[in-house]
Design a protein around this ligand. Structure first.
Ligand code: PLP
Length: 368
């Protein structure tokens, strides 16, 4: 397992000698509005079910999710977060080569390596707004067994139109596309916009409930694949990988889909406003670039200081951010903050702006 994830609030609390609640965690990308109304109360009421084994293949929860998302149940597999599928797919689908479109979530490469696949990388650059050039990507992808693509992308926040991705996958029928849509619900209604809607024979799509539904501790994710691929993937799944509370949560959300949909819409509206406020409050900050985002986080690059420096400064104020210097394709000046409530966002922006002004005084910007 790699140890470069964000969200290590436990280590931060231990280093600061404080309680978890005293830290504003802007490193983990979860819904700042919290879970949908009623979900936690329902889980609390049904906690007694942990004394029973869950359904071995989460069949009822799979049917509930498939019905909610209008997908054929034979194409849907439930797992312990999308992470379970990232680590299982290379083995289940016998991948021998893969191309990761980056800079991207590090677990794609790590999961491939654990499965003895040495990934190649197709790096998108800030000069082009981290947009992958479709022709160059198609040429690079031609010889790979699989292409890994995150949409919207972590850490850049960039959204690629699903139609563009479908066109790329359609043009390369011999290549498998593994498309991670963990953050798609923050950009658009996933039911309409998921790549799974395009019914392509060569795409495997990952959906996470951790992010929009704010239940990363439950570990719930789905893999949506064409039936023949889904059958192969199922053969390598572990029994009981979705716990009883996790299955309860899936069924509850699916049954209360209007409330879930309203909560997601409210989340998207509120994130739009919070992102706008953040961009406005940091607009005149010397040497700071903010990248446009369709997700719950914003990637930034500072010319006058490094990510470890600002991460340490923020931590001294009990704010945890994601130092992105260990993302392949980014340098030590990149960091990411996940939006929280307006006061926390304003406080974080103030610390960043003050630090940038302090470091900018009398210094020349570092190279990009
Ligand atoms: C892009 C991306 N994919 C997948 C995951 C894993 O999420 P899950 O909780 O569904 O395993 C993360 C977690 O941060 C992520 O950022």
């Amino acid at each position: 397992m790699i140890h470069g994830h964000g969200g290590n609030i436990y280590a931060a609390a231990s280093a600061l000698g404080c309680r978890l609640e005293e830290i504003t965690d802007m490193s983990a990308n979860i819904n700042p509005l919290g879970p949908m109304p009623g979900l936690l109360a329902h889980l609390a009421e049904s906690i007694g079910n942990v004394c029973r084994l869950p359904e071995v293949d989460a069949a009822s929860a799979v049917h509930a999710y498939a019905d909610w998302q209008d997908l054929p149940a034979e194409q849907v597999i439930a797992g312990g977060g999308t992470t379970e599928f990232l680590y299982l797919l290379p083995r289940a689908l016998r991948l021998e080569s893969a191309l990761v479109v980056g800079p991207a979530y590090a677990d794609y490469a790590d999961a491939l390596k654990i499965n003895r696949v040495d990934p190649e990388f197709f790096m998108c650059t800030p000069e082009h707004g981290f947009r992958p050039d479709p022709d160059r990507l198609a040429a690079a992808a031609r010889n790979a067994d699989a292409v890994y693509f995150c949409n919207p992308n972590n850490p850049t926040g960039r959204l690629t139109a699903p139609g563009d991705l479908a066109a790329l996958a359609g043009a390369l029928p011999q290549t498998l596309f593994v498309v991670d849509e963990s953050y798609l619900p923050f950009a658009a209604g996933p039911k309409k916009h998921t790549l799974a809607r395009f019914d392509l024979p060569n795409t495997v799509v990952l959906h996470s409930l951790s992010k929009m539904h704010c239940i990363p501790g439950l570990r719930v994710g789905f893999c949506v694949a064409p039936a023949p691929l889904a059958q192969k993937i199922r053969q390598d799944c572990q029994p009981w990988s979705v716990s009883t509370p996790a299955q309860t949560a899936i069924s509850y959300i699916a049954q209360n889909r209007e409330t879930a949909g309203a909560h997601a819409r409210k989340t998207r509206q509120s994130l739009d406003a919070r992102r706008r406020d953040l961009y406005a409050s940091l607009a005149d900050t010397p040497g700071l670039d903010l990248y446009p985002s369709h997700a719950t986080f914003v990637l930034m690059r500072a010319a006058f200081f490094t990510a470890p420096e600002i991460a340490a400064r923020m931590l001294s104020r009990r704010i945890l951010i994601r130092d992105c210097s260990n993302f392949r394709g980014l340098d030590e000046h990149y960091f990411r903050i996940s939006l929280k409530d307006p006061d926390s966002n304003a406080r974080a922006a103030q610390v960043i702006a003050e630090y940038a002004r302090h470091r900018a005084a009398g210094r020349k910007p570092g190279k990009k």
